[in-house]
Design a protein around this ligand. Structure first.
Ligand code: CA
Ligand code: CA
Ligand code: CA
Length: 251
């Protein structure tokens, strides 16, 4: 049920919510995230229809997710180190630090030669319907480190490598600290009306800076989005009605 609260937040904040039952993807977040309990998805028993990759075994190896294209330039797992930026709780203690956990750091950035240059860090996942038994309609991750003022985009990409949905967050991400601190860490995600075949995360910023790090990659099946968006709107309207009648009673 927590997912409804976030969709409702998205509606209040003016994000992309379907106007009718058109079922456009609903992009979620950004919301602070220190442990799996902060996810809008129910991560209490990952396994059959929902998966959580926290990288704590040192690998990307939850079912049905692979990097695209496979190769030496892919993101890699960061072991505990002074600059590792895991989700806070992964080391056993929510204490403002993720250095004793594991994160997933992007491969080399693409640099666009403006002055100063703009760096684009990308992590690109593909889902395997055979291995999962389905294509996920929900995906999320936690942005844990990068340069200050990073711009983040999520793209959903289909079988033909066409971008079917894209969302750049209005907020910017990142602080000036690269040593595993966690107050800047944010959940971002999407619920789609279509099965998600591929998803590409891009984090960009002006000038040099450290690589994009993410954690708690999560994906699976949730109830279809148009119904949830309508439910969120209904909740919002009910809340407005309650406030109006309360004001009338107190007048
Ligand atoms: Ca910690
Ligand atoms: Ca981790
Ligand atoms: Ca961080």
């Amino acid at each position: 049920m927590r997912v409804f609260a976030v969709v409702s937040f998205v509606a209040l904040a003016g994000y992309a919510v379907p106007s009718e039952a058109t079922a456009a993807p609903v992009f979620l977040g950004p919301t602070p995230y220190l442990s799996a309990a902060d996810s809008p998805f129910d991560l209490s028993s990952p396994g059959s229809t929902f998966h959580l990759e926290d990288f704590e075994d040192g690998e990307l190896n939850t079912p049905g997710i692979h990097q695209l294209p496979p190769g030496a330039l892919n993101a890699t797992v960061m072991d505990p180190s002074p600059t590792t930026d895991s989700v806070d709780a992964d080391d056993g203690t929510i204490d403002g630090s993720g250095t004793a956990g594991h994160s997933f750091a992007a491969g080399p950035a693409v640099s666009v030669f403006t002055d100063p240059p703009t760096l684009y860090w990308t992590i690109y996942f593909e889902f395997d319907a055979q291995e999962l038994g389905f294509l996920p309609n929900a995906f999320g991750f936690v942005w844990t480190d990068g340069s200050p003022n990073s711009r983040v985009t999520i793209e959903l990409i289909d079988e033909n490598f066409d971008v079917v949905a894209s969302h750049q967050y209005a907020e910017v991400f990142g602080d000036d600290v690269y040593t595993g601190t966690t107050p800047e860490d944010r959940f971002l995600g999407v619920i789609s009306d279509q099965g998600i075949r591929r998803v590409r995360i891009t984090s960009s910023h002006s000038g040099d800076g450290p690589p994009l790090e993410i954690d708690h990659v999560q994906y699976g099946l949730v109830p279809e989005p148009s119904a949830m968006a309508l439910f969120a709107v209904a909740l919002f309207m009910a809340g407005c009605g309650a406030r109006r009648s309360s004001r009338r009673r107190s007048a």
